[in-house]
Design a protein. Sequence first.
Lengths: 112, 113
Amino acid sequence: AQSVSQHNHHVILSEAASLELGCNYSYGGTVNLFWYVQYPGQHLQLLLKYFSGDPLVKGIKGFEAEFIKSKFSFNLRKPSVQWSDTAEYFCAGAYNNNDMRFGAGTRLTVKP
Amino acid sequence: ETGVTQTPRHLVMGMTNKKSLKCEQHLGHNAMYWYKQSAKKPLELMFVYSLEERVENNSVPSRFSPECPNSSHLFLHLHTLQPEDSALYLCASSLYRLNTEAFFGQGTRLTVV
């Protein structure tokens, strides 16, 4: 079945550390990939998306993600995190002719 | 603010109660969704409406009953729920059903007692 998985359930970093959150998607044909963020008490909002073209996509707030087809991965990165990046991050995939599927989420805690 | 509004924000109900969750969007989107968010589990897609017609029901128990009276409104009717149904219920909308960005509401935190 088409699915998206996130390996890290909880990541704790200090401010200015670099961030990489893992996301893998299962094979299932054409897939569009997304990263969403949910700040405490707020709605899910889109960070970035990949449909086609340049596999390195840049999103809001300094986040970027790289689509690596050979590894079925779409990891989220940020060179230097801030305390305000504390949130839950969700990877999602929308397979061709199918609806969006989400990973379980990764909770990021950034210590000041 | 995403343009997707859910009410109520919090709901506590007994197992014999009947209640409804409401979702509203004025973004001109054609597709609307209900998701269930439980701790440490992936968001579960419950229902999909495209152009006001239900196109997917991911084996959701019949105690959850969706309704989409028009393209701007979506309801989730609840009756005889179980404590394990306690979760955050998220509504989302997108311009089209497939392969487009979804905009989410803030959710309704449901507690079944």
